[in-house]
Design a protein around this ligand. Structure first.
Ligand code: AMP
Ligand code: GLY
Length: 422
């Protein structure tokens, strides 16, 4: 079958890498791709958020299956448009993707289905939001309602920080995304990412992972899109997974179906676990980045069968075949990220790395020019390895990093520390 993946990050490179290994995969296209995706797939210059362009390409190229990677095309209703045009599509409708595109929507959904989450209030006026913060004090969490490329959440440890966040959000720093603000109680515990495929009725967990959001070693510095991840996450014990399924995931899926907006795709729950109990921090309507890099390394070719079963409403007919393994990915970013950074530095040494089913460098912000690979984004490479133990995966990943010659790139040196400390 011919497959089109929308997106151009490390997540999409990992999806393409896994899917290309499945014998069912015929021609594989990624729009718009990067310098690494050209190995498993053909890259296509089309706008993933333009549903009409996607449909036209899919018709011309006899596409059988469309997989939507990032949140922007989902929020823009691209899955609705491709499905209406008759294409089998992996990813929720715009209405179902509200689970990520509106934080207020998700909080209210949790109320309706009884899913445990932080206490909250929502505001569309700065004076009322400020008064709420004056009453509740800090630490407290201020969130822009809409999509803000991962930057719309301020975990304020002091009252002045929280008030400043209110001023920024209502002052238009996040555009329309900040027209409404959710303020919620600060949760303590350990975070984990939990991924469940759902066809609207059935639910199939496809892995746990832990991300490293802060830019610096020891979880210091500003938040980023994610500087590294590993899977499985030991904090997600069988008991915590069962509780999460019973109290959070299944009630959410049932409530979305009851409202006439069934959710189809991957439901990515960001959880906070304390004393063996998970609470929902947020939902994403897509796979995580860089979590997908470790999930795909562990799932391999079966990823395509799983995504197909999900899109076809046949998740009750498939199971995940797990190896007893661990995967770890280290993100290499451009110096300056998550702030401003220079573009265009040459990355050397990639050809020294032997890629196989245990070791892969997934690309995010890269471009090829005259035979060289250039760093063109903030997060640039996801150096990913698999091992019998997490320590082995970590050693392999950093061994690969040490082969890479890119003086203006940087990475965290402690990815995996929480699990390795246990
Ligand atoms: P998000 O951009 O929505 O993934 O949120 C960014 C990060 O903010 C999360 O990964 C958490 O580390 C943190 N966060 C969000 N909500 C809360 C909360 N209620 N309590 C503590 N930390 C939170
Ligand atoms: N790594 C977190 C995310 O994809 O949102």
């Amino acid at each position: 079958m011919n497959i089109l993946i929308l997106g151009s990050g490390g997540r999409e490179h990992a999806l393409a890498w896994a899917i290309a290994q499945n014998p069912k995969c015929g021609a594989l296209y990624v729009a718009s791709g990067n310098a690494g995706i050209v190995a498993p797939a053909r890259t296509v210059a089309l706008d993933p958020c333009n549903g009409a362009q996607v449909v036209a390409f899919a018709k011309e190229n006899a596409i059988d299956f469309i997989i939507i990677g990032p949140e922007a095309p989902l929020a823009a209703g691209v899955a609705d448009i491709t499905r209406a045009a008759g294409f089998l599509t992996f990813g929720p409708s715009a209405k179902a993707a509200r689970i990520e595109s509106s934080k207020a929507f998700t909080k209210e959904l949790c109320d309706a289905c009884g899913a445990p989450t932080a206490a909250y209030a929502r505001f569309n006026r700065a004076d009322l939001a400020r008064a709420y913060i004056e009453t509740h004090g800090a630490p407290i969490v201020v969130k822009a309602d809409g999509l803000a490329a991962g930057k719309g959440v301020i975990v304020a440890m002091t009252k002045p920080e929280a008030l400043e966040a209110i001023d920024d959000m209502f002052g238009g720093e996040f555009g329309e995304a900040g027209a409404e603000v959710v303020i919620e109680a600060f949760l303590t515990g350990e975070e984990a990412s939990f991924f469940v495929l759902t066809d609207g009725v059935n639910a199939l967990p496809v892995g746990t992972a832990q991300d490293h959001k802060r830019v610096g070693n020891g979880d210091t510095g500003p938040n980023t899109g994610g500087m590294g991840a590993y899977s499985p996450a030991p904090v997600m014990t069988t008991t915590v997974i069962d509780q999460t399924m019973t109290e959070i995931i299944l009630p959410t899926i049932a409530e979305m179906a009851r409202r006439g907006t069934p959710y189809q795709g991957v439901l990515f729950a960001g959880l906070m676990i304390e004393d063996g109990r998970a609470q929902l921090i947020e939902y994403n309507a897509r796979f995580g980045d860089p979590e997908t890099q470790v999930l795909m390394m562990r799932l391999g070719a079966q990823a395509l069968d799983l995504l197909l079963a999900c899109a076809k409403g046949q998740l009750d007919q498939i199971t995940v075949q797990w190896a007893d393994d661990h995967a770890l990915t280290v993100v290499m970013a451009n110096q300056g990220y998550p702030g401003a950074y220079d573009k265009g530095a040459k990355i050397g040494g990639l050809d020294r790395i032997n890629a196989d089913s245990n070791a892969m460098v997934f690309h995010a912000g890269t471009a090829a020019k005259e035979g060289a690979i250039l760093a063109t984004g903030g997060r640039v490479l996801s150096v990913t390895a698999r091992g019998i133990t997490l320590a082995q995966a970590q050693k392999r990943a950093y061994g690969m990093i040490d082969q890479i010659d890119w003086p203006t790139g940087f990475c965290r040196r402690d990815i995996g520390w929480r699990a390795l400390e246990k």
